[in-house]
Design a protein around this ligand. Structure first.
Ligand SMILES: [Zn+2]
Length: 125
């Protein structure tokens, strides 16, 4: 199914299947409980697209890839918040606030990173 870039972005942000954009990637709708935050379905419930490899919990190298993407996203967040607060000279508040934001968004960021990774993986495999 052909999709626009905006459509793909929306599917990623909603953690939807890379192929059809309808089925869910994650078993739980919520990021909680944290120990199953990154548990994915084996295949899309709508179109049958395989989401994870047979017999393995994750695609190879996924932890490394997820960490790298989380790191990149965290930097984007830091820079955006820094940009918002740079005018009033409050570096320490900006830094503390960014840290709180990044830490509290961590489960969501990890999901987002894994989703991006799955999209990249499925696109090129
Ligand atoms: Zn699907």
């Amino acid at each position: 199914m052909a999709k626009s870039n905006a459509g793909v972005l929306i599917s990623i942000l909603r953690f939807k299947c890379p192929k059809c954009g309808q089925g869910d990637i994650y078993l739980n709708k919520s990021a909680f409980p944290l120990n199953s935050t990154l548990k994915t379905v084996s295949s899309c419930s709508v179109c049958g697209q395989k989401i994870k490899k047979e017999g393995s919990e994750n695609a190879p190298g996924i932890n490394y890839a997820v960490s790298v993407i989380v790191y990149a996203l965290a930097i984007v967040l830091y820079v955006s918040i820094w940009g918002i607060t740079s005018k009033d000279d409050s570096f320490i508040y900006a830094f503390l606030f960014s840290t709180v934001v990044v830490v509290s968004l961590q489960p969501w960021l990890m999901r987002l990173s894994k989703t991006i990774y799955i999209y990249i993986l499925l696109k090129f495999s």
